[in-house]
Design a binder for this molecule. Structure first.
Ligand code: SAM
Length: 151
């Protein structure tokens, strides 16, 4: 099944959770989660994401990677490579940013998806004193990069 097959612009909220946790309420977002929340398309990673190849403009993963095994993360990266438009953007909000999920980000990087931004979002202190940090990472597909060195 492919959703909104006639729509060329798709925004995905993957692992969206229930409505109160959605990244946006705007109607052009599709919310997907393994749980049958109201208004959410049921999808369990590593199943294929039910949209067409190269149809997604924005994909948002809010604390989904932390829930997945490395195998599931790699399958998700492969699916993102399939569904994202070349000029799309992938945003990941999760614990420890790129350092937390090296295999996932490396797989995307192998397909040209590079980190263009990484920002600290939250710092929590656990009851045992452990400090947890979440980061927002933004990835774009870079075809080539020219470095000019001036002497
Ligand atoms: C920590 S919540 C994040 C919710 C929301 N994105 C946010 O940023 O607050 C993680 C969500 O991922 C979903 N999830 C966990 N494993 C999943 C899987 N294998 N496939 C799809 N969704 C999954 C959970 O049901 C849950 O709603």
């Amino acid at each position: 099944m492919h959703l909104r097959s006639g729509v060329s612009m798709v925004k995905l909220d993957l692992g969206s959770g229930p409505r109160d946790f959605w990244v946006s309420d705007e109607s052009d977002w599709l919310h997907l989660d393994c749980e049958p929340y109201e208004g959410v398309i049921q999808w369990t990673c590593p199943e294929p994401i039910p949209v067409k190849d190269r149809s997604v403009e924005v994909a948002y993963l809010g604390q989904l990677l932390v829930e997945l095994s490395i195998e599931q993360q790699l399958a998700l990266a492969d699916e993102l490579v399939r569904v994202m438009k070349d000029d799309g953007v992938i945003r990941v909000h999760d614990y420890d940013g790129v350092l937390g999920y090296p295999e996932f980000f490396r797989r995307l990087e192998q397909h040209g998806w590079r980190r263009v931004k990484e920002e600290l979002v939250n710092v929590f202190e656990e009851p045992d004193g452990t400090i947890l940090c979440t980061y927002m990472v933004e990835l774009k597909k870079i075809r080539w990069c020219r470095v000019v060195i001036k002497f």
